[in-house]
Design a protein around this ligand. Structure first.
Ligand code: UD1
Length: 347
């Protein structure tokens, strides 16, 4: 794939869900690459100060709209006003446990948002979409590393909403003359922008490992509970492919610039390297300069022993490779957590 000169740098790129964890880093990567992101978000799971913090990092003004993308009329109004040349769609609900409790809401919101966006794209002849999907669509892996041809079989409603959105987008592309789509299946995004001014800011009690390490360091939790130490991995704890969120963000820019051989392409976004829970705790402790207390507990339902990406396809076909490692992610996460504590964000 080569760089697409038809994408005009001066034109607006709509970043749906651009105030969120990955979305805010995508907005930053776009600006750093010379594009003009326009953030659309309902700010349900993000602090509105994200916009001023993004402006502080990039030293430029950012257009943003507080809009519920489930509202079709408002989505059309945004397209009318912004006239985007491309869309990056990251908006949606993403809590696995909550998706079991309210599946209908998850399907309605996540599928509804993407349907509204695609309708508006057709209407306003906006032809390129990059979609934020997840390795969770693979479910329990049959083999490691997981390539894009691995069967898909998500094990929770959230994962199914991601898979169904992928398929809706594929049908849309097939029906539209000039349209194209890139689906990015992220493995485990972690870390924060190196500035330390933006990062993951989950509301409520976090379930993911990295924010839990941060909470333990901050004394919000007494220790890290390791979910099982009897897995068939090198140290008995689960292994994941943690990929720095700034690398994940850069993958969206590379996807935007790609000329597709096919009009619809799926790429894994991962490092191709696994880090175990014990290794993650050790690396975070090093970045912190203090040992995090840990304890071994029972396995968590639904956890695979190992989840690591085969990333050959993205390395070969997009202008992207991971530039940061897990150590960098821990350093940046510690910096972000220290900033966040000073600002009382997310409380
Ligand atoms: C989880 C979700 C996945 C979602 C992803 C978003 C499940 C089963 N999977 O993936 O659908 O797309 O988050 O980033 O919920 N761990 C501990 N102790 C903790 C927390 C986590 O040992 O307190 C371990 C887990 O067993 C796992 C690893 O840390 O092996 C990473 O966990 P997590 O951050 O929740 O990510 P995933 O389980 O990979």
């Amino acid at each position: 794939m080569v760089s697409d000169s038809s994408i005009d740098f001066s034109k607006n790129i709509l970043v749906c869900g651009g105030a969120g964890y990955v979305g805010s880093h995508v907005a930053l990567s776009l600006m750093r690459s010379g594009y003009t992101p326009v953030i659309v978000d309902n700010f349900a799971n993000s602090d509105p100060s994200i916009i001023t913090r993004l402006e502080a990092i990039s030293r430029s003004a950012i257009k943003s709209y507080k809009v519920d993308l489930a509202d079709k009329v408002r989505v059309f109004q945004i397209f009318e006003q912004v006239a985007p040349v491309a869309v990056i769609q990251l908006a949606g609900l993403k809590a696995v446990a909550q998706s079991f409790k309210e599946p209908v809401n998850y399907y309605a919101v996540n599928l509804g948002i993407t349907l509204n966006i695609l309708s508006a794209m057709s209407h306003y002849e906006c032809e390129k979409i990059v979609f934020s999907s997840s390795a969770t669509v693979y479910g329990e892996p049959d083999y490691i590393p997981i390539d894009e041809g691995h069967r898909v079989s998500p094990i929770n409603p959230y994962g199914r909403t991601k898979l169904f959105q992928e398929e809706i987008i594929r049908d849309w592309v097939a029906a539209e003359g000039q349209a194209s789509a890139v689906i990015l299946r992220y493995f485990n995004p972690v870390g924060a922008d190196a500035s330390g001014l933006i990062g993951e800011d989950p509301s409520g009690t976090p379930n993911n490992l990295m924010p839990i390490l941060g909470d333990t360091a901050a004394g919000i939790r007494d220790d890290v509970l390791i979910f099982g130490a009897d897995y068939p991995t090198r140290d008995g704890t689960c292994e994941r492919d943690y990929v720095h969120v700034s690398d994940v963000a850069d993958a969206h820019v590379a996807a935007l610039e790609a000329v597709l051989e096919n009009k619809y392409e799926i790429f894994n976004v991962g490092t191709g390297r696994g880090v175990t829970v014990r290794e993650a705790i050790d690396a975070y402790s090093k970045a912190l300069g203090q040992r995090l207390p840990k304890r071994i507990g029972a396995r968590r339902d639904g956890d695979a022993a190992s989840s690591v990406a085969a990333n050959n396809k993205i390395l070969q076909r997009l202008k992207w490779r991971p530039l940061r490692d897990f150590k960098d992610a821990c350093r940046d996460e510690v910096k972000w957590r220290s900033y966040k504590a000073g600002q009382n964000l997310g409380d």
